[in-house]
Design a protein around this ligand. Structure first.
Ligand code: NCD
Length: 304
């Protein structure tokens, strides 16, 4: 049995295998072709934290492959409010389904869940930890939109401290041989563990506080939301809220071939006028969650 908990669990070859398989899923994801690959299989999506894209794209992926979905979005209507532990919830749900997609506010929750599960666990975000399936869809987007996934100059912008998407993505991008610039407000810098990984790989570019400093040499501008819900003190959030706004003026300072990505949801960090620019790829990126999650499910649940 194989779980998907961290990008550290994937070799470059395995990443490429998932992405290649996802290419073959695009027509099914769009509804232009049909598939019964996972008929009779059940996916449990248990989300202890809010989600739109991750949960719905996993559900669409399973449905489009002919499987079924159970689960909950928010714990209000579950036995969690009665005091049930994560361990017991996982023991039980893994008896109802062939794989479990888990999102949880605590870092390490997905790894813990593997100890109690009889089926594969897919980490759909564990607090400020990791978000490996988001990284796979980000890489799929990068490969499709730029034609490559190595030798790129990638600037990660925003809340690098609490943002789980950028923790996973930075590591995967370094594994693949890309140079990473880190752009964050004071106090929201990338954790040392990730910075150390980039340094060891010789792929740590520039660390700075403003995107203007790196935009001219950026192939991919990856923007993230300030993770309001992770701040211990709301006053600290207010100090950095709205600190960045990617607008057409900033985009014009980058290379014409630069693309802009964002895991979404966006709040104010990308101006709506950017949506119409050819550089904007974040909605395509959100769609790509479907074929990539289809690929993962077919590998984990489909038995091949
Ligand atoms: C992200 C998350 O939940 O970490 N959303 C997502 O899954 N696409 C990013 C965020 O919430 O800012």
């Amino acid at each position: 049995m194989r779980h998907v908990i961290s990008v550290h669990d994937f070799s470059v070859e395995e990443i490429v295998e998932v992405l290649d398989r996802a290419e073959g899923m695009v027509a099914i994801a769009r509804g232009e072709a049909t598939s019964d690959l996972l008929r009779g299989k059940v996916l449990a999506c248990i989300f202890f934290e809010p989600s739109t894209r991750t949960r719905l794209s996993f559900e669409t992926a399973m449905n489009r492959l002919g499987g079924g979905v159970i689960g909950f979005a928010g714990t209000e209507a579950t036995s969690v409010v009665k005091g049930e532990t994560l361990a017991d919830t996982i023991r039980m749900v893994s008896g109802y389904a062939d794989a479990v997609v888990l999102r949880h506010p605590h870092e390490g929750a997905a790894r813990l869940a593997t100890e109690f599960s009889s089926v594969p666990i897919l980490n759909a975000g564990d607090g400020a930890g990791q978000h490996p399936t988001q990284t796979l869809l980000d890489l799929f987007t990068i490969r499709r939109e730029t034609g490559r996934m190595e030798g790129l100059n990638i600037s990660l912008v925003g809340d690098l401290r609490y943002g789980r998407t950028v923790h996973s993505l930075a590591i995967a991008l370094a594994k693949l041989g890309n140079k990473i610039n880190l752009v964050s407000p004071q106090g929201l810098e990338m954790p040392n563990e990730v910075v150390g990984y980039l340094e060891d790989a010789g792929l740590f570019g520039t660390a700075c506080h403003l995107p203007d400093e790196v935009i001219a040499e950026t192939d991919i501008l990856y923007v993230t939301r300030i993770q309001k819900e992770r701040f211990p003190d709301p006053v600290e959030y207010e100090k950095v809220a709205g600190i960045y706004r990617v607008d057409p003026g900033l985009v014009a300072k980058g290379p014409g071939s630069m693309i802009i990505m964002h895991p979404l949801p966006r709040v104010k960090e990308i101006a709506p006028e950017v949506d119409a620019l050819p550089q904007a790829r974040y909605f395509i990126q959100a769609f790509n969650g479907v074929p990539v999650r289809m690929a993962l499910l077919s590998m984990l649940v489909g038995g091949d």
